[in-house]
Design a protein around this ligand. Structure first.
Ligand SMILES: [Ca+2]
Ligand SMILES: [Ca+2]
Length: 83
C-alpha cells in the first residue's frame, strides 16, 4: 500500500470528519482568545453575541473569565439545545 492509498483509506473510514469535529471547540476558543492567555475575557467576548448574552451562565465560577472547561460546557449545551 502506498501513501496515497493509505490517505484514501483513512478518509474512507470517516476518521477525517471525526477528527475535525473534535478540533472545532478548541479552534473557536483560540479564535476568541485574542491575547492567547488561555481564557476569554469579557472584552474578547464582546464581538460574540452568544457569549455576551449568556456570560453569567457560562462563567460558572464568576471570575470574570471563561476558561476552557466553561467554554466547552457551554458548547455542549449549545449542541444539545439545537437538537
Ligand atoms: Ca484571553
Ligand atoms: Ca470563569
Amino acid at each position: 500500500m502506498n501513501i496515497k492509498s493509505s490517505v484514501k483509506y483513512i478518509l474512507a473510514c470517516g476518521l477525517f470528519p471525526l477528527a475535525t469535529a473534535a478540533w472545532a471547540g478548541d479552534d473557536s476558543m483560540k479564535k476568541l482568545d485574542s491575547n492567547h492567555d488561555g481564557v476569554i475575557s469579557k472584552q474578547e467576548a464582546a464581538d460574540n453575541k452568544k457569549l455576551v448574552i449568556n456570560w453569567e451562565t457560562i462563567d460558572s465560577n464568576k471570575d470574570g473569565k471563561i476558561d476552557h472547561a466553561e467554554f466547552s460546557a457551554f458548547e455542549m449545551e449549545e449542541a444539545s439545545d439545537s437538537e
